[in-house]
Design a protein around this ligand. Structure first.
Ligand SMILES: [Zn+2]
Length: 285
């Protein structure tokens, strides 16, 4: 099954975001991503696909045969590295159970030189058969994670970090807070409908600033008919549908990201009404 069939929303989001980025129409995708959920293999494929789109010098199609695309598919690309307890260890590193401080140092050193490529570091675990597994506090320990924070924080247009895990709780909060998080669990949302928000939210880019709090209140009321997270997903579905018919309008990619932030705030237990208000303040100008 193609990744785009299994995860249409996310593949679309990254494809659009990356194409816009490469066309210098703004950089809507964060340079630290965290994928979480049960489907680790798909997370890894998605991470490699992002790396491929960023480095492709061909036509960006699924079966592009440019050198970068071929290298990345074959795990041979010098700038797209899987970082696990088994992969890409410096010669003097004899750790076998963890991603080590030495690996973190190696990455930091490599970033001091420039590269013609877009560098992508995919952090994950593997079992002895080579199956992709998730990061957890044992294989990606606090000290190592913290040693990465500075380079994750530093904005650099040509570097991306992608962390893979089953449970978000297994990743140290300082990484979570610096990353854009996406659920890849094998059960992507059931559909792409936006029936519930349609009447309230259609053509929201024409809304008047003065109505922001009323609109937030309406969304808050609507969220009681489902869950705040599901309502926010409907808003994203609507934005994605609109983006599809206006592929060059990067505003929608930015907005999808804002809604993702709102989902994160709900997960963290922030007051629902405040979350909707903050979101509407960002969306309605
Ligand atoms: Zn290519």
């Amino acid at each position: 099954m193609l990744l785009s069939d299994k995860y249409p929303f996310l593949t679309n989001y990254f494809e659009k975001g990356i194409n816009n980025k490469l066309n210098n129409k703004g950089i809507p995708i964060a340079h630290s991503l965290l994928f979480w959920g049960r489907d680790l293999e798909s997370q890894y494929i998605m991470a490699k696909e992002i790396a491929r789109l960023l480095n492709c010098t061909g036509d960006h199609s699924d079966n592009c045969q440019c050198l970068n695309c071929r290298w990345i598919r074959e795990n041979q690309h010098p700038a797209v590295l899987t970082i696990s307890r088994l992969d890409n260890k410096p010669a003097d590193d004899d750790t076998k159970t963890v991603i080590s401080i030495k690996q973190s140092e190696m990455i930091k050193n490599s970033l001091m030189t420039t590269s013609e490529f877009y560098r992508v570091f995919i952090f994950c675990d593997k079992d002895d058969e080579g199956n992709i597994k998730g990061l957890n506090p044992q294989n990606f320990q606090e000290e190592t994670a913290n040693s990465m924070l500075k380079i994750i924080e530093e904005p650099n247009d040509r570097i991306m970090f992608i962390f893979l895990t089953s449970n978000k709780e297994d990743i140290i909060s300082t990484i979570i807070s610096r990353s854009q998080c996406f659920n890849i669990s094998g059960g992507e949302r059931d559909n792409f409908n936006f029936e519930l928000i349609k009447n309230t939210f259609e053509n929201y880019w024409n809304f008047e600033r003065q109505d922001t709090f009323d609109i937030a209140q309406n969304l808050f009321e609507l969220s009681k008919e489902t869950t705040p997270t599901k309502l926010l997903e409907e808003i994203q579905n609507y934005m994605l549908a609109t983006l599809k018919s206006n592929p060059n309008n990067t505003m929608f990619i930015e907005h999808i990201k804002e809604v993702e932030t709102a989902k994160k705030q709900i997960e963290l237990g922030m007051n629902t009404q405040n979350v909707f208000e903050n979101l509407c303040l960002k969306l309605i100008k």
